[in-house]
Unconditional design. Structure first.
Length: 127
């Protein structure tokens, strides 16, 4: 009896091997060597991944378009571009509105040269 159940279980596994229950095809008309199609969400320009930053503002340099955050061992320099959105207490401001010693946070991404480039900057306390 155990031998019969084992054969029956093996036969059922072999028969449903090609079933694709996620697509509703159940294996009908599938090519054995066909690879599933992958769809991209966006066919446009690839964007670099962003990640958050926070700290205490050490200085701003409008001429070089950078902000510097205080660090324990060394300071962190973040580039500011024309596309960077800068805010202070919810309102849009310029780079010069940042005060040294003030809390600063936002998001950055790596540019082609490997430097951190600001996407958003928020001066002031956490909202």
């Amino acid at each position: 009896m155990k031998h019969f159940i084992a054969i029956l279980a093996l036969a059922s596994l072999v028969s449903i091997q090609g079933a694709d229950v996620t697509k509703g095809n159940f294996g009908a008309g599938k090519d054995a060597g066909a690879q599933p199609k992958t769809e991209r969400k966006s066919e446009g320009k690839a964007r670099a991944a962003t990640y958050p930053f926070y700290g205490t503002l050490d200085s701003t340099d409008a001429k070089q378009k950078t902000i510097t955050l205080r660090g324990k061992k060394k300071n962190r320099v973040i580039l500011v571009t024309d596309d960077t959105r800068i805010q202070k207490i919810g309102a849009s401001v310029t780079l010069q509105d940042g005060t040294p010693g003030e809390r600063v946070s936002g998001s950055v991404r790596k540019n082609a040269a490997g430097q951190e480039e600001a996407v958003t900057i928020r001066f002031g306390p956490k909202e």
